[in-house]
Design a protein around this ligand. Structure first.
Ligand code: ADP
Length: 688
């Protein structure tokens, strides 16, 4: 048809060309269709022109452009329309009113919209697939279109289809691109896209926020120059390199913010091959600081739990050893004692062993209880004015005895520093706890020293307003790295089963807590193999009445008792016969005149039995007794003779108990088991 030069054919060709260029020249599908209509208008009347795109999935048409005098559709069901008929038959169609009605009568089509006089429809095909149809119609003139028009329409329909299809794909791509851009910008994960060799082409909001950059700031720069901590530059370079070669990297690492802060991140790098020779990579960062923090805490807690478990096991092993050793001695020697053919010397020796073993058991139990109470905050310090020199003196005596009876006394010399000089005032502190600390340190010093000396004493740290005690030994010493650890509970330098030195590893832990409770600190200086010096401080709280303090001079306890107090009458109110026998032995030996009652009632009766005055000069009052307890008895005795000193003795060593005794009228208070020196000290105090 188009083989000869013919102005009309020229126009057809021209139109074809225009339409083929249309996709490039027009913006969207609407504009494209309008353009097509305009071009087609050069060849035929396009007053009522439309393009219907067919959607088989729901059997509908959309009309991106509808130019019609009568009707206006945008998305309509396709069923039984003429347009649908064209698509079904895949053939161009020209119908006039009459033929249309025939089709309606045959049930092929239904009337939708306004009846037209003539209608031409041509399928639009792209690669054999029908994508819709293009149509023109006239409502007035049935001769408006002829088969020639149909042919022309058919001729350019292919070009229209192509143009529309291309436009449609372009729009889809645009939508996808916009969608991707939206997604990329708005995902909460920090994302960055890089081209070879690691240049940033895009970074989203979350990325800039996480790393502290301004929008656009990072574009064109190398990622590895921006967020990699120096020490990780090799790691990062290898990730970049590997991912450009196609590897997916997934890891947890550390990256650096613009301000230099390092942050824990999880990192995912994925390569994308966008053409034969171009790969981009995108990297996704997630802030895992909180997660890492939780992990660190969990790990620390786990380690702590394991350490506690290890310590508990060591403690139990240790404890069972510590309990069994004295227990075995007690049971073994008690059995030996019951055999009859023993010399007095042997008996004394066995009794001694039993007593010592009992002592260590008691110490152990005290330690455990003390520590438990200290750790649960149950121990309170009770403050009173304490003569420090007296305390040192009495500890010295105690340890001299201990050394002579238990240890290689001839190998270790016990020294106290500043002997003879005295603090001119008393210190306000808890004497019981102070003694306990010194006692622990001295026991350790003696225990860990084979030969040389153990020296203890105190001096004043004026700038700290503290009294500093020290216990120095020439023993095995403590390695530098263990100087802290030994103050933790159950910690011993040697926790093997075959330990050289007995002990529970509680003494220093208790001492440390006690010093803190008293308001001071504790530390050690030591050299392995040479010896150690343990120091601790207590605040220098001084008595206001210094004259009174000065008057309180310290003299040798025993000599004072012998000379001045011989013959004083002491009543022991005690229901336990063993305790009584022990007390009587001690007091009679010291020269006192001792009487005994077994109940509170008897104690009151005894005191009042003479008309001239009290029957004893001092009462040693057990608190737990049958018939009438120590509190009541004390109150009654005090009512009659307020000047007679009453010293309470109880099994409970705590401030509450002490308060109760004092409230009942007792003048003093001692915890069982009574230490001889403490007891004598206390008694002599009242006879001054
Ligand atoms: P224990 O003496 O019952 O084992 P401590 O808590 O008193 O428990 O002491 C803990 C550890 O500290 C001891 O086992 C010992 O290893 C070390 N230690 C304490 N005092 C000394 C000291 N004077 N010389 C050497 N080592 C010591």
């Amino acid at each position: 048809m188009l083989n000869q030069k013919d102005p009309e054919k020229e126009i057809v060709l021209q139109t074809l060309l225009e339409i083929s260029n249309a996709t490039v020249l027009t913006g969207d599908i609407r504009e494209l269709t309008a353009f097509i209509r305009e071009q087609l208008g050069k060849l035929m009347d396009t007053t009522n022109f439309y393009i219907a795109l067919y959607h088989p999935e729901d059997d509908t048409f959309t009309m991106p452009f509808f130019s019609d005098l009568k009707d206006h559709f945008e998305r309509v069901p396709a069923a039984n329309t003429l347009s649908r008929y064209v698509i079904k038959t895949n053939k161009s169609l020209l119908v006039r009113e009459k033929e249309f009605h025939d089709l309606v009568d045959k049930g092929e089509v239904k009337l939708v919209g306004t009846d037209s006089k003539v209608w031409v429809g041509v399928p639009l095909r792209v690669n054999e697939k029908i994508i819709g149809m293009v149509g023109v119609q006239s409502y007035e003139d049935e001769n408006m279109y002829t088969d020639a028009d149909k042919d022309i329409l058919e001729l350019i329909s292919y070009q229209i289809g192509l143009a529309i299809d291309r436009k449609q794909k372009e729009e889809e791509l645009n939508i996808e691109k916009a969608y991707f851009e939206q997604l990329f910008e708005n995902v909460p994960e920090a994302m960055v896209i890089q081209e070879y060799p690691g240049t940033i082409t895009d970074a989203n909001v979350a990325f800039n926020r996480l790393f502290g950059f301004e929008p656009g700031e990072v574009i064109g720069k190398r990622l590895d120059d921006l967020i990699i901590p120096e020490e990780l530059s090799e790691e990062a370079a290898s990730y970049t390199d590997r991912s450009f070669r196609g590897e997916v990297i997934e890891t947890e690492t550390v990256r650096m913010r613009k301000d230099g802060e390092k942050i824990d991140v999880s990192l995912l790098i994925k390569p994308f091959r966008i053409s034969r020779d171009k790969t981009i990579i995108y990297a996704l960062y997630r802030d895992i600081r909180r997660k890492k923090e939780v992990e660190r805490k969990l790990l620390a807690a786990k380690e702590k739990a394991e350490e506690a478990d290890r310590m508990k096991t060591a403690f139990l092993t240790n404890m069972s050893h510590e309990i069994r050793t004295p227990m075995n001695a007690i049971l073994g020697f008690a059995q030996l004692l019951s055999t009859e053919q023993l010399t007095a010397e042997q008996k004394r020796e066995y009794v001694n062993i039993i007593k010592n073993s009992g002592d260590s058991l008691l110490r152990l139990i005290d330690d455990i209880l003390d520590l438990a109470k200290l750790e649960s905050g149950q121990i309170q310090v009770s403050e009173e004015f304490v003569d420090i020199d007296e305390q040192i003196e009495s500890l010295y005596t105690t340890f001299l005895n201990l050394l002579s009876s238990h240890y290689h006394a001839d190998m270790i010399e016990l020294r106290r520093k500043g002997h003879g000089q005295k603090l001119p005032f008393k210190i306000r502190t808890d004497p019981l706890r102070l003694r306990q600390i010194l006692n622990n340190l001295l026991s350790n010093a003696v225990k860990f020293t084979r030969e040389g000396y153990v020296e203890f004493g105190y001096d004043i740290l004026p700038e700290e307003e503290a009294l500093r005690f020290f216990v120095k030994d020439t023993g095995i010493g403590i390695p530098e790295d263990k100087k802290e650890i030994i103050f933790q509970r159950f910690q011993q330098l040697d926790d093997s089963k075959t330990r050289l030195y007995p002990g529970t590893g509680l003494g220093l832990a208790i001492s440390k807590r006690l010093t803190h409770l008293l308001g001071g600190r504790i530390w050690v200086e030591s050299e392995e193999g040479k010896g150690s010096v343990f120091y601790f401080t207590i605040p220098l709280k001084v008595m206001e009445d210094e004259a009174g303090a000065n008057a309180y001079a310290v003299r040798g306890v025993k000599s004072r008792i012998r000379q001045e107090l011989t013959g004083k009458k002491i009543l022991i109110a005690e229901d336990d016969p063993f305790n009584f026998l022990y007390l009587r032995a001690v007091l009679e030996q010291a020269g006192f005149n001792v009487f005994h009652v077994g109940t509170g009632k008897e104690a009151v009766r005894f005191m009042k039995k003479e008309k001239e005055g009290p029957a004893a000069d001092l009462v040693l009052m057990d608190i737990e007794m049958p018939e009438m307890n120590g509190y009541e008895a004390t109150a009654l005795i005090k009512k009659a003779y307020s000047k007679v000193p009453v010293i309470a003795q109880t099994a409970y060593a705590n401030p509450e108990e002490k308060d109760k005794c004092m409230a009942a009228g007792c003048d003093s208070y001692l915890a069982k088991p009574l230490q001889i020196s403490d007891l004598l000290n206390e008694i002599s105090r009242f006879f001054e």
